[in-house]
Write a protein that binds this ligand. Structure first.
Ligand code: FAD
Ligand code: SF4
Ligand code: SF4
Length: 1006
């Protein structure tokens, strides 16, 4: 059949700003805004979603550097010309119900305003900017033996500004309370264009005139509505966020505006600084895992368990337990949760007691009761060590990810995720809740903070189906009625967001009017996150409601085949795990270095999704765009001297920018709870994009890297001398876009093998071997990086295999195609992969182990090859073979076992295979050597990314963030299995890092 090959059409970025919004941006800039202002379509799209089902495109984003910047934005809002402009503040963007989504501007405090201003351990107080992440704060407080007690599950990226404005809380809230219970004072910027202090502590300076006036107004609103407040506000420990009228004025008549700011979802004030109360870290903790036959039995036991006064009771239902069984997480908890007959229990309650220096007495009482078989549990485990407790909590925390990664188009969605009822009626309530969900035939899993009656449920829906959008709203409305019939609430933990429509019926007219008066007192022109919580001018901005456009509304415009072909881009649910602040974690290095959310897996998935949608709108699909094939040299010649592209002219250029920033480190493919695999769709996009648009010259240089290295290695001296000539280095950088090219090894591995022909594999040599020799053979599959640029490492591996009594046989070099895949030369990659597969599979037929040295290349032979040629090559990482081989030998202690070592493992090795670090540790242990392992992030090189001139600075920033300090602080000698990582150390620290095989070999020879 004739197949038309079409060219990628121009996709003009949609939704250009109107003149008023453009004028506002210009005005803020003219006022001296020092942060970043971004109105690009790609960035707006990235911030058009959070973890909720909804999608709303903002007009643009302000990233303030400090409070003065927020004042600049607010004073522009105060100018009459801009009274129609509105904005929503944003932190980590982890809201599950669209709290920070807006069609106005976004004020994102997470990029620059993330400084811990001061810590006063004696007063147990800390002052933070609003963009500080919860884990970041607690890491800084740990040395003072203090912590910020309110907890939210996404603590690696949720900010204190966001927590304060949703009144966030989670595990432990029954004894520690919510965020608003720990906010002592705030600095806020109001739409009058000025900064104010809200501090109602005793002895605090008198408030300024504006805050005093708001105090008076709030008191009178509350005085006028006391009866209704007492009648409507429920008597629950979690209480009610947005706006907490019941606690805003105390018994003495003092007004506490921070109780109103708590949970106000950015509708009252822009918080620019918070003073927070701190709590001593409990140092004695025990966690019980109680097993039950059913979730119902677990819930019914909650009432009894609360009487022991634990710090937390959390529950996991049979669905989550079932999913966990097939997940690696299960191995870590199996012996703690399984029934005696090896079956998985129907549900588990995790009951934690935490104290200072001694356990609370309730722990002993529970212990006694469990030993007497009191209560509904069928068995229990008492976890004392931090490691065991963490494993159990990981099972509970992993619930959302386990549910989210289930196959199929229906995905769990958080819209009735945080209802609360009195824990004493929870079991009956859940039975009724389940009946509603069963009526709609939706799948779901349940877990939650059952000590406070808060239940987490994410029913699975496919919002690309309009019927499921309707079901989402219907279920929400029915669950709202159900919760209220049990004296509970629909919204308890995650804010109101698009569920604000239920405020009016819940509160009734008088109190809804009071909410409007509160809003007016702070924000009379309705410019802060309008439509959330209360709608002052519904005709201008209506109340945020469940029938707002969802992500599905847009996704259904993409043909279903296309959606299936790009699962990574489609399935990102915006939970934000890829915004993890911790530089020791591997995902996502490009985000962490740039603090630009477009340069995260979520940003890339959002851009790709929209690109597919726009492409579909032109009547084309990616299948139509398969580029015509032509030789690489011809394409390189065509692309030479191509004019620079204008990102504003074609949305495809913005998507390219997002993809180009990706290091293809693959951390997202394993660490994202949904396994959003950016490198795969990045390669596919690049292949299609460059079917029309020119490639940068460096792409062609990298495409030829593997074969080029073979040729250059024939005259390494000449090549190295040339690469040292400054003029040539300048030309490489300026014209080719290649910096700091590494020197070739002298000799390379193939050259060294000429002196040791016994180590070279040839079919003839194999034919001459006897059976004994064959049984000792281990094949080494070469990679271009170690063979040509770091041959001492490859040689050490070969010699180590020999020193252990095996016969190394180095397979002739054949290109793996890894750089081709990274750069999206997909047809060439497929051909190279097939060639390499023929070489490797011919050797594999001999039935002996094949090992690869460079982690990223070895793992690509599995993942990338599966996708390109439909099968993985049977090459295992060297350390896995090594640990297994040593395991078969008697332990031998080397002469000098005194030094200890620290493994700085390659991030791909760590994430793709959790066994890698363990294998190295086991190998060292076998020889009586101590190898410490620990977390370290990405080194910033990732293949050749760091050698591309346009990525050099980001590459260095990643190295400084994740590696430089940890290396400097490492007393044990660092050992570095990754070639990329060793070359980063060489270029930024001028040091030669050793590979673990080199140390093992030296130890054996000593
Ligand atoms: C997987 C998952 C699990 C979750 N579990 C919990 C949980 O256990 N407990 C819990 O409480 N929540 C939970 N949440 C919800 C969410 O994490 C919390 O609401 C969190 O407090 C939001 O913080 P953020 O920085 O992401 O805020 P955002 O989502 O960015 O913003 C939240 C609200 O705060 C406002 N805001 C942000 N910064 C400012 C500022 N400087 N000034 C004024 N207003 C501001 C925004 O306008 C918005 O209305 C969960 C979310 C996910 C994805
Ligand atoms: S890419 Fe993964 S981790 Fe990041 S927001 Fe999407 S689903 Fe979450
Ligand atoms: S491959 Fe690495 S750099 Fe690219 S999006 Fe995933 S985690 Fe980020």
């Amino acid at each position: 059949m004739l197949r038309w090959i079409l060219m990628l059409p121009t996709l003009p970025p949609e939704h250009a700003l109107d003149s008023l919004h453009r004028a506002f941006v210009e005005r803020v800039a003219a006022l001296g805004f020092a942060g970043d202002i971004d109105t690009s379509y790609a960035t707006r799209l990235t911030l058009a979603t959070d973890n909720s089902a909804f999608q709303t495109l903002p007009a643009g984003v302000f990233f303030p550097r400090d409070e003065a910047d927020i004042v600049r934005v607010a004073s522009a809002l105060a100018e009459p010309a801009f009274h129609a402009i509105y904005l929503a503040p944003r932190g980590g963007g982890t809201s599950t119900i669209g709290c920070s989504l807006t069609a106005g501007f976004v004020l994102d405090c997470s990029r620059h305003m993330n400084r811990i201003v001061s810590i006063d351990p004696d007063a147990r107080e800390v002052v933070v900017q609003p963009g500080v992440v919860l884990d970041q704060l607690n890491a800084a407080l740990a040395e003072h033996d203090l912590f910020f007690a309110p907890n939210v599950a996404p603590s690696s990226r949720a900010t204190l500004g966001g927590m304060a404005n949703t009144d966030g809380c989670g595990k432990g809230s029954r004894i520690y309370g919510k965020t608003s219970d720990h906010v002592l004072a705030t600095r806020v910027v109001l739409t009058d264009g000025a900064a104010h202090v809200i501090d109602s502590r005793e002895g605090a300076p008198a408030p300024d005139a504006r805050i005093a006036a708001i105090n008076d107004r709030v008191k009178s609103i509350i005085d006028d509505n006391r009866g209704e407040i007492a009648r409507v506000f429920p008597d629950l420990s979690r209480y009610l966020s947005g706006y907490n009228l019941a606690q805003a004025v105390d018994a003495k008549g003092h007004c506490h505006l921070n109780k109103l700011i708590g949970g106000s979802e950015g509708t009252l004030a822009l918080v620019s600084e918070l003073t927070l109360k701190l709590t001593p870290i409990p140092n004695t903790t025990v966690l019980y895992a109680l097993r039950y036959d059913s979730f119902d039995a677990a819930l019914r036991d909650a009432e009894r368990l609360v009487e022991y006064d634990p710090s937390a009771i959390e529950s996991v239902d049979e669905k989550v337990m079932g999913l966990a069984r097939d997940n690696p997480i299960y191995e870590r908890v199996r012996d703690m949760i399984e029934n005696a007959d090896g079956s998985t229990p129907g549900a588990v309650n995790l009951v934690e007691f935490a104290g200072r220096d001694a356990l609370p007495e309730g722990a002993n009482r529970l212990d006694a009761a469990l030993n007497n078989d009191e209560g509904g549990a069928t068995g229990h485990y008492r976890a004392e060590s931090a490691e065991r407790r963490a494993a159990l909590w990981d099972l509970r925390k992993g619930g959302v990810g386990l549910l989210g990664s289930t196959p199929g188009a229906k995905k769990p969605l958080p819209f009735v995720e945080d209802t609360v009822v009195d824990p004493r009626v929870l079991a009956d309530y859940v039975a009724d809740f389940r009946a509603i969900l069963d009526e709609y035939g939706v799948a779901y899993g349940m877990f939650g903070h059952i000590d406070v009656g808060c239940l987490h449920v994410r029913p699975a829906l496919d919002l690309t189906d309009p019927a499921d959008e309707r079901i989402m709203r219907e279920i929400t409305t029915r669950v709202r009625h159900l919760a209220e019939s049990y004296g509970g609430l629909l919204w308890n933990e995650h804010g109101k967001g698009y569920r604000s429509e239920y405020n009016r019926p819940f509160f009734g007219e008088p109190l809804y009017g009071a909410l409007g008066d509160i809003k007016r007192a702070f924000d009379p022109r309705n410019q802060l996150n309008p439509g959330k919580i209360v709608a002052l001018e519904p005709e201008r901005v209506p109340i945020a409601a469940m029938d707002a456009p969802t992500r599905g509304t847009f996704d259904r415009q993409i043909p279903s085949d296309e959606r299936t072909a790009f699962p990574g881009a489609m399935q990102c649910n915006g939970n934000g795990a890829c915004f993890d602040y911790d530089p020791a974690h591997v995902m996502c290095p490009s985000y962490r270095a740039t603090r630009d959310r477009l340069h995260s897996p979520k940003g890339r998935a959002s851009a790709m999704r929209e690109w597919l949608r726009q492409l579909a709108a032109t009547g084309q699909t990616t299948a139509d765009l398969v580029p015509a094939e032509s030789p690489l040299w011809l394409r390189a010649a065509r692309d030479l001297g191509a004019a620079p592209t204008d990102p504003e002219a074609d949305f495809s250029h913005q998507v390219w920018q997002a993809m180009d920033g990706c290091l293809s480190c693959r951390a997202c493919a394993t660490q994202c709870p949904i396994r959003v695999d950016v490198p795969t769709f990045k390669s596919e996009f690049l292949a299609l994009y460059h079917g029309r648009y020119a490639r940068p010259p460096v792409d062609y240089a990298l495409a030829g890297l593997e074969t080029g290295a073979v040729w250059a290695a024939k005259l390494p001296g000449l090549a190295n001398t040339a690469l040292r000539v400054p003029a040539l280095r300048r030309i490489l950088a300026d014209k080719l876009g290649l910096v700091d090219p590494p020197a070739l090894s002298r000799p390379s591995l193939p050259a060294w093998l000429k002196q040791y022909p016994a180590y070279r594999y040839t079919p003839d040599g194999w034919a001459l071997m006897d059976d004994r020799e064959r049984q000792r053979t281990v094949f080494v599959v070469q990679d271009a990086f170690t063979s040509f640029f770091d041959a001492p490492v490859a040689i050490a591996v070969v010699e180590l295999i020999a020193a252990l009594g095996y016969r190394p046989q180095v397979v002739p070099f054949s290109a793996s195609g890894k750089p081709l895949h990274v750069k999206g030369f997909l047809p060439e990659f497929e051909r190279t992969a097939n060639r390499h597969a023929r070489v490797v599979e011919a050797v594999a037929e001999h039935g002996r182990p094949l090992v690869g040295i460079e982690p990223s290349v070895t793992l690509a032979l599995d993942t990338d090859y599966r996708q390109a040629i439909g099968r993985a090559l049977p090459v295992q990482p060297f350390e896995q073979w090594l640990a297994a081989a040593l395991g078969e030998q008697a332990p031998s202690v080397v002469a000098d076992a005194s030094p200890t070592y620290r493994l700085f493992n390659h991030c791909t090795a760590r994430t793709e295979s959790s066994a890698s670090s363990r294998a190295w540790r086991d190998a060292f242990e076998h020889l009586g050597l101590v190898l410490e392992t620990g977390d370290v992030g990405c080194c910033g090189m990732s293949g050749a990314y760091g050698h591309e001139a346009r990525h050099r600075d980001t590459s260095q920033a990643i190295f400084e963030l994740s590696w430089a300090e940890t290396l400097a602080a490492s007393t044990p000698q660092p050992l570095v299995p990754g070639y990329s990582c060793r070359s980063q150390i060489a270029r930024f620290q001028q040091k030669t890092a050793q590979h673990p095989a080199q140390v093992l070999l030296a130890a054996l020879r000593a």
